[in-house]
Write a protein that binds this ligand. Structure first.
Ligand code: SF4
Length: 370
Protein backbone atom coordinates (compact mmCIF):
# COMPACT_ATOMS: atom_id res chain seq x y z
CA UNK A 1 0.00 0.00 0.00
CA UNK A 2 1.62 3.27 -1.08
CA UNK A 3 1.49 6.42 1.02
CA UNK A 4 0.11 9.79 -0.04
CA UNK A 5 3.48 11.46 -0.49
CA UNK A 6 7.15 10.70 -0.40
CA UNK A 7 7.50 12.81 2.74
CA UNK A 8 5.24 10.33 4.57
CA UNK A 9 7.19 7.44 3.10
CA UNK A 10 10.46 8.99 4.26
CA UNK A 11 9.08 9.49 7.76
CA UNK A 12 8.86 5.71 8.16
CA UNK A 13 12.63 5.84 8.60
CA UNK A 14 12.77 8.60 11.23
CA UNK A 15 13.87 6.16 13.92
CA UNK A 16 16.47 4.47 11.73
CA UNK A 17 19.89 4.74 13.35
CA UNK A 18 22.30 4.38 10.44
CA UNK A 19 25.41 4.04 12.61
CA UNK A 20 24.02 1.15 14.67
CA UNK A 21 22.59 -0.55 11.59
CA UNK A 22 25.92 -0.42 9.76
CA UNK A 23 27.84 -1.52 12.86
CA UNK A 24 25.78 -4.72 12.91
CA UNK A 25 26.34 -5.65 9.25
CA UNK A 26 28.77 -8.53 8.64
CA UNK A 27 30.24 -10.14 5.52
CA UNK A 28 27.66 -12.92 5.89
CA UNK A 29 24.83 -10.37 5.65
CA UNK A 30 26.35 -8.84 2.51
CA UNK A 31 26.82 -12.25 0.84
CA UNK A 32 23.23 -13.19 1.69
CA UNK A 33 21.96 -10.02 -0.04
CA UNK A 34 24.20 -10.63 -3.04
CA UNK A 35 22.52 -14.01 -3.45
CA UNK A 36 18.99 -12.60 -3.12
CA UNK A 37 17.08 -12.07 -6.39
CA UNK A 38 14.89 -9.12 -5.31
CA UNK A 39 16.23 -6.73 -2.70
CA UNK A 40 14.24 -4.98 0.01
CA UNK A 41 15.17 -1.45 1.01
CA UNK A 42 17.01 -2.80 4.05
CA UNK A 43 18.94 -5.17 1.76
CA UNK A 44 19.92 -2.08 -0.24
CA UNK A 45 21.09 -0.42 2.97
CA UNK A 46 23.11 -3.56 3.74
CA UNK A 47 24.98 -3.13 0.45
CA UNK A 48 25.75 0.47 1.43
CA UNK A 49 27.38 -0.63 4.70
CA UNK A 50 31.14 -0.24 5.19
CA UNK A 51 31.34 -4.07 5.49
CA UNK A 52 30.16 -4.38 1.87
CA UNK A 53 33.31 -2.70 0.54
CA UNK A 54 35.18 -6.02 0.99
CA UNK A 55 32.77 -7.47 -1.58
CA UNK A 56 32.99 -4.73 -4.17
CA UNK A 57 34.23 -7.10 -6.89
CA UNK A 58 31.18 -9.34 -6.44
CA UNK A 59 28.88 -6.29 -6.30
CA UNK A 60 30.40 -4.94 -9.52
CA UNK A 61 29.94 -8.31 -11.24
CA UNK A 62 26.25 -8.55 -10.31
CA UNK A 63 25.71 -4.88 -11.14
CA UNK A 64 27.19 -5.40 -14.59
CA UNK A 65 25.04 -8.48 -15.20
CA UNK A 66 21.86 -6.67 -14.14
CA UNK A 67 22.71 -3.70 -16.35
CA UNK A 68 23.39 -5.82 -19.43
CA UNK A 69 20.23 -7.85 -18.79
CA UNK A 70 18.06 -4.72 -18.70
CA UNK A 71 19.83 -2.26 -21.00
CA UNK A 72 22.09 -4.37 -23.24
CA UNK A 73 25.39 -2.86 -24.37
CA UNK A 74 23.91 0.58 -24.93
CA UNK A 75 24.68 3.94 -23.37
CA UNK A 76 22.63 7.08 -23.78
CA UNK A 77 24.54 10.27 -24.53
CA UNK A 78 23.33 13.73 -23.62
CA UNK A 79 24.60 17.21 -22.99
CA UNK A 80 23.36 19.99 -20.71
CA UNK A 81 22.51 23.43 -22.04
CA UNK A 82 22.50 26.35 -19.60
CA UNK A 83 20.21 29.11 -20.80
CA UNK A 84 20.10 31.41 -17.73
CA UNK A 85 22.01 31.74 -14.47
CA UNK A 86 20.03 34.40 -12.59
CA UNK A 87 19.05 32.88 -9.27
CA UNK A 88 17.04 33.95 -6.22
CA UNK A 89 18.39 31.13 -4.06
CA UNK A 90 21.25 31.09 -1.60
CA UNK A 91 22.55 27.52 -1.97
CA UNK A 92 25.89 27.78 -0.18
CA UNK A 93 27.62 25.24 -2.47
CA UNK A 94 26.73 26.81 -5.84
CA UNK A 95 28.53 29.38 -7.97
CA UNK A 96 25.19 30.75 -9.22
CA UNK A 97 23.86 31.61 -5.75
CA UNK A 98 22.16 35.00 -5.52
CA UNK A 99 24.86 36.60 -3.37
CA UNK A 100 27.74 35.44 -5.56
CA UNK A 101 28.99 38.36 -7.61
CA UNK A 102 29.22 37.00 -11.17
CA UNK A 103 28.15 38.33 -14.55
CA UNK A 104 24.66 36.93 -15.06
CA UNK A 105 23.18 36.04 -18.41
CA UNK A 106 19.88 34.92 -19.85
CA UNK A 107 19.86 33.77 -23.47
CA UNK A 108 17.25 35.19 -25.80
CA UNK A 109 15.42 32.90 -28.24
CA UNK A 110 17.85 33.73 -31.06
CA UNK A 111 20.82 32.76 -28.87
CA UNK A 112 19.05 29.57 -27.78
CA UNK A 113 18.54 28.72 -31.44
CA UNK A 114 22.27 29.15 -32.11
CA UNK A 115 23.20 26.97 -29.13
CA UNK A 116 20.73 24.33 -30.30
CA UNK A 117 22.13 24.39 -33.84
CA UNK A 118 25.70 24.01 -32.49
CA UNK A 119 24.77 21.08 -30.23
CA UNK A 120 22.68 19.30 -32.83
CA UNK A 121 25.76 19.24 -35.11
CA UNK A 122 27.17 16.61 -32.73
CA UNK A 123 24.34 14.26 -33.68
CA UNK A 124 22.56 14.48 -30.32
CA UNK A 125 18.80 14.26 -30.54
CA UNK A 126 18.10 14.99 -26.90
CA UNK A 127 18.96 17.91 -24.67
CA UNK A 128 18.83 18.84 -20.98
CA UNK A 129 17.92 22.49 -20.32
CA UNK A 130 19.14 24.22 -17.16
CA UNK A 131 18.43 27.56 -15.51
CA UNK A 132 18.84 29.10 -12.08
CA UNK A 133 15.64 29.98 -10.21
CA UNK A 134 14.48 33.44 -11.11
CA UNK A 135 10.79 34.19 -11.59
CA UNK A 136 11.92 37.50 -13.13
CA UNK A 137 14.54 36.35 -15.67
CA UNK A 138 13.60 32.72 -16.28
CA UNK A 139 9.88 32.35 -15.49
CA UNK A 140 8.00 29.23 -16.58
CA UNK A 141 6.82 30.97 -19.77
CA UNK A 142 10.41 31.76 -20.73
CA UNK A 143 11.48 28.13 -20.17
CA UNK A 144 8.54 26.82 -22.22
CA UNK A 145 9.31 29.26 -25.04
CA UNK A 146 12.88 27.96 -25.03
CA UNK A 147 11.51 24.40 -25.19
CA UNK A 148 9.50 25.34 -28.27
CA UNK A 149 12.68 26.54 -30.00
CA UNK A 150 14.63 23.47 -28.89
CA UNK A 151 11.98 21.08 -30.18
CA UNK A 152 12.88 22.23 -33.69
CA UNK A 153 16.32 20.67 -33.17
CA UNK A 154 15.81 17.86 -30.65
CA UNK A 155 13.32 14.99 -30.42
CA UNK A 156 13.55 14.88 -26.66
CA UNK A 157 13.85 17.86 -24.31
CA UNK A 158 14.39 17.46 -20.55
CA UNK A 159 14.51 20.17 -17.91
CA UNK A 160 16.65 20.59 -14.82
CA UNK A 161 15.16 23.77 -13.41
CA UNK A 162 13.38 24.86 -10.23
CA UNK A 163 10.35 23.09 -8.76
CA UNK A 164 7.19 23.69 -10.79
CA UNK A 165 3.62 23.46 -9.58
CA UNK A 166 1.56 20.52 -10.86
CA UNK A 167 -0.18 22.85 -13.33
CA UNK A 168 3.16 24.05 -14.70
CA UNK A 169 4.46 20.50 -15.09
CA UNK A 170 1.29 19.70 -17.04
CA UNK A 171 1.97 22.74 -19.26
CA UNK A 172 5.59 21.62 -19.67
CA UNK A 173 4.53 18.14 -20.79
CA UNK A 174 2.08 19.70 -23.28
CA UNK A 175 4.90 21.93 -24.57
CA UNK A 176 6.99 18.85 -25.37
CA UNK A 177 9.12 18.36 -22.25
CA UNK A 178 9.47 14.64 -21.69
CA UNK A 179 12.00 14.47 -18.85
CA UNK A 180 12.76 16.27 -15.61
CA UNK A 181 15.67 16.06 -13.23
CA UNK A 182 15.27 17.28 -9.68
CA UNK A 183 18.08 16.97 -7.19
CA UNK A 184 16.85 17.10 -3.64
CA UNK A 185 20.53 17.89 -2.99
CA UNK A 186 20.32 16.76 0.66
CA UNK A 187 17.62 14.50 2.10
CA UNK A 188 18.53 15.35 5.70
CA UNK A 189 16.12 18.19 6.47
CA UNK A 190 18.16 19.84 9.23
CA UNK A 191 21.28 19.98 7.06
CA UNK A 192 19.18 21.01 4.03
CA UNK A 193 18.05 24.09 5.95
CA UNK A 194 21.61 25.20 6.67
CA UNK A 195 22.58 24.71 3.01
CA UNK A 196 19.59 26.65 1.66
CA UNK A 197 19.27 29.67 3.93
CA UNK A 198 17.09 31.72 1.60
CA UNK A 199 15.06 31.83 -1.60
CA UNK A 200 12.18 29.56 -2.69
CA UNK A 201 14.42 26.50 -2.62
CA UNK A 202 14.55 26.78 1.17
CA UNK A 203 11.14 25.05 1.12
CA UNK A 204 12.34 21.46 1.64
CA UNK A 205 8.91 19.81 1.31
CA UNK A 206 7.95 21.58 -1.91
CA UNK A 207 11.15 20.44 -3.57
CA UNK A 208 10.84 16.90 -2.18
CA UNK A 209 7.41 16.65 -3.76
CA UNK A 210 8.45 17.99 -7.19
CA UNK A 211 9.40 14.64 -8.80
CA UNK A 212 6.02 13.26 -7.76
CA UNK A 213 4.19 16.28 -9.22
CA UNK A 214 6.07 15.64 -12.47
CA UNK A 215 5.00 11.98 -12.42
CA UNK A 216 1.39 13.02 -11.86
CA UNK A 217 1.66 15.50 -14.74
CA UNK A 218 2.57 12.68 -17.14
CA UNK A 219 6.30 13.28 -17.49
CA UNK A 220 7.86 10.31 -19.26
CA UNK A 221 11.19 10.34 -17.44
CA UNK A 222 11.88 11.55 -13.90
CA UNK A 223 15.37 11.66 -12.50
CA UNK A 224 16.19 12.16 -8.79
CA UNK A 225 19.43 12.49 -6.86
CA UNK A 226 21.40 13.83 -3.91
CA UNK A 227 24.51 15.94 -4.25
CA UNK A 228 27.06 13.72 -2.55
CA UNK A 229 29.27 15.52 -0.05
CA UNK A 230 26.62 17.70 1.58
CA UNK A 231 25.90 15.09 4.24
CA UNK A 232 27.16 11.63 5.22
CA UNK A 233 26.89 9.88 1.86
CA UNK A 234 25.42 6.53 2.98
CA UNK A 235 22.32 8.18 4.45
CA UNK A 236 21.87 10.30 1.31
CA UNK A 237 22.41 7.27 -0.95
CA UNK A 238 19.76 5.33 0.98
CA UNK A 239 17.11 8.05 0.76
CA UNK A 240 17.82 8.63 -2.92
CA UNK A 241 17.22 4.93 -3.51
CA UNK A 242 14.07 4.95 -1.37
CA UNK A 243 12.76 7.98 -3.30
CA UNK A 244 13.41 6.33 -6.67
CA UNK A 245 11.89 3.04 -5.46
CA UNK A 246 8.80 4.82 -4.12
CA UNK A 247 8.22 6.61 -7.44
CA UNK A 248 8.93 3.51 -9.53
CA UNK A 249 6.33 1.48 -7.65
CA UNK A 250 3.70 4.21 -7.56
CA UNK A 251 4.10 5.50 -11.13
CA UNK A 252 4.76 2.36 -13.15
CA UNK A 253 4.37 4.18 -16.47
CA UNK A 254 7.18 6.64 -15.65
CA UNK A 255 10.81 5.83 -16.34
CA UNK A 256 12.60 6.56 -13.06
CA UNK A 257 16.29 7.36 -13.07
CA UNK A 258 18.92 8.41 -10.56
CA UNK A 259 21.90 10.73 -10.82
CA UNK A 260 24.91 10.27 -8.57
CA UNK A 261 26.85 13.58 -8.59
CA UNK A 262 29.67 14.36 -6.19
CA UNK A 263 30.17 17.97 -5.24
CA UNK A 264 32.81 19.87 -7.24
CA UNK A 265 34.67 23.12 -6.54
CA UNK A 266 32.81 26.27 -7.58
CA UNK A 267 33.13 30.02 -7.26
CA UNK A 268 31.04 29.93 -4.05
CA UNK A 269 34.08 28.32 -2.38
CA UNK A 270 32.09 25.71 -0.39
CA UNK A 271 34.14 22.94 1.28
CA UNK A 272 32.33 19.54 1.34
CA UNK A 273 31.32 18.30 4.78
CA UNK A 274 31.72 14.69 3.86
CA UNK A 275 34.30 13.16 1.54
CA UNK A 276 32.98 10.60 -0.92
CA UNK A 277 35.94 8.74 -2.41
CA UNK A 278 36.02 6.70 -5.63
CA UNK A 279 35.41 3.40 -3.84
CA UNK A 280 32.39 4.89 -2.07
CA UNK A 281 30.96 6.04 -5.40
CA UNK A 282 31.45 2.59 -6.95
CA UNK A 283 29.75 1.03 -3.92
CA UNK A 284 26.80 3.42 -4.25
CA UNK A 285 26.30 2.86 -7.98
CA UNK A 286 26.60 -0.92 -7.82
CA UNK A 287 24.31 -1.14 -4.77
CA UNK A 288 21.73 1.02 -6.55
CA UNK A 289 21.85 -1.11 -9.67
CA UNK A 290 21.41 -4.36 -7.73
CA UNK A 291 18.50 -2.82 -5.79
CA UNK A 292 16.81 -1.23 -8.84
CA UNK A 293 17.76 -3.25 -11.94
CA UNK A 294 15.46 -1.26 -14.28
CA UNK A 295 16.31 2.28 -13.18
CA UNK A 296 18.45 4.52 -15.35
CA UNK A 297 21.66 5.73 -13.69
CA UNK A 298 23.26 8.94 -14.94
CA UNK A 299 26.90 9.95 -14.53
CA UNK A 300 28.04 13.52 -15.14
CA UNK A 301 31.35 15.18 -16.05
CA UNK A 302 31.91 15.88 -12.38
CA UNK A 303 33.84 12.59 -12.58
CA UNK A 304 37.26 12.14 -14.21
CA UNK A 305 37.59 10.28 -17.55
CA UNK A 306 39.10 7.11 -16.02
CA UNK A 307 36.32 6.84 -13.49
CA UNK A 308 33.67 7.40 -16.16
CA UNK A 309 35.20 4.79 -18.48
CA UNK A 310 35.17 2.31 -15.59
CA UNK A 311 31.59 3.00 -14.48
CA UNK A 312 30.26 2.58 -18.03
CA UNK A 313 30.91 -1.15 -17.59
CA UNK A 314 29.40 -1.65 -14.17
CA UNK A 315 26.07 0.08 -13.88
CA UNK A 316 25.46 3.46 -15.47
CA UNK A 317 23.16 3.89 -18.46
CA UNK A 318 23.45 7.57 -19.36
CA UNK A 319 26.53 9.74 -19.68
CA UNK A 320 27.17 13.32 -20.75
CA UNK A 321 29.73 14.68 -23.19
CA UNK A 322 30.72 17.98 -24.79
CA UNK A 323 29.81 19.63 -21.51
CA UNK A 324 29.89 23.30 -20.62
CA UNK A 325 28.29 24.56 -17.42
CA UNK A 326 28.30 28.19 -18.58
CA UNK A 327 25.28 29.98 -20.05
CA UNK A 328 25.67 29.98 -23.83
CA UNK A 329 28.89 27.96 -23.44
CA UNK A 330 28.31 25.94 -26.63
CA UNK A 331 28.58 29.03 -28.84
CA UNK A 332 30.14 31.79 -26.73
CA UNK A 333 32.88 29.71 -25.10
CA UNK A 334 33.13 28.44 -21.56
CA UNK A 335 34.29 31.24 -19.26
CA UNK A 336 33.48 29.52 -15.98
CA UNK A 337 30.08 28.35 -14.84
CA UNK A 338 28.18 26.61 -12.09
CA UNK A 339 31.10 24.35 -11.03
CA UNK A 340 34.34 22.85 -12.39
CA UNK A 341 34.01 19.85 -14.68
CA UNK A 342 36.50 16.95 -14.77
CA UNK A 343 35.96 15.42 -18.19
CA UNK A 344 36.34 17.71 -21.20
CA UNK A 345 35.67 15.05 -23.86
CA UNK A 346 33.36 15.89 -26.74
CA UNK A 347 30.34 13.84 -27.77
CA UNK A 348 32.44 12.34 -30.58
CA UNK A 349 35.20 11.32 -28.15
CA UNK A 350 32.66 9.83 -25.74
CA UNK A 351 31.11 7.84 -28.59
CA UNK A 352 34.54 6.53 -29.59
CA UNK A 353 35.31 5.48 -26.02
CA UNK A 354 31.99 3.62 -25.89
CA UNK A 355 32.69 1.80 -29.17
CA UNK A 356 36.14 0.86 -27.82
CA UNK A 357 34.48 -0.67 -24.75
CA UNK A 358 31.98 -2.63 -26.87
CA UNK A 359 29.02 -0.30 -26.24
CA UNK A 360 26.59 1.31 -28.65
CA UNK A 361 26.20 5.06 -28.05
CA UNK A 362 22.54 6.05 -28.25
CA UNK A 363 21.78 9.56 -29.48
CA UNK A 364 18.05 9.11 -29.38
CA UNK A 365 15.75 6.46 -27.98
CA UNK A 366 12.60 8.50 -27.73
CA UNK A 367 10.55 11.01 -29.65
CA UNK A 368 7.79 13.19 -28.26
CA UNK A 369 4.85 13.58 -30.59
CA UNK A 370 3.02 16.86 -30.04
S1 SF4 B 1 21.99 25.19 -7.06
FE1 SF4 B 1 20.45 25.97 -8.48
S2 SF4 B 1 19.00 26.99 -7.18
FE2 SF4 B 1 20.88 26.79 -5.97
S3 SF4 B 1 22.01 28.68 -6.29
FE3 SF4 B 1 22.70 27.18 -7.81
S4 SF4 B 1 21.46 27.60 -9.62
FE4 SF4 B 1 20.44 28.57 -7.88
Amino acid sequence: MTTASFLEEKQKYTQLDFKSFFAGITSTDVLRVLNTPHLTRMDFLTLLAPAAQKHLEAMARRSREETIKNFGYTMQLFTPMYIADYCDNLCVYCGFNHNNNINRRCLNMEEIKKEAAAISQTGLKNILVLTGESKKYSPVNYILSAVKVLREYFDSVSIEVYSFSLEDYIRAVKAGVDGMTMFQECYNKDIYKTLHPGGPKANYEYRLDAPERACKAGMRNVNVGALLGLNEWREEAFFTGVHADYLQHKYKEVEIAISTPRIRPCSAGYAPKSIVNDIDLVQYITALRIFMPRAGITLSTREKPDMRNHLVKIGITKISGGVTVAVGGHTKGDDGGQFEISDQRSIGQMAQMLYNEGYQPVYKDWQTLI
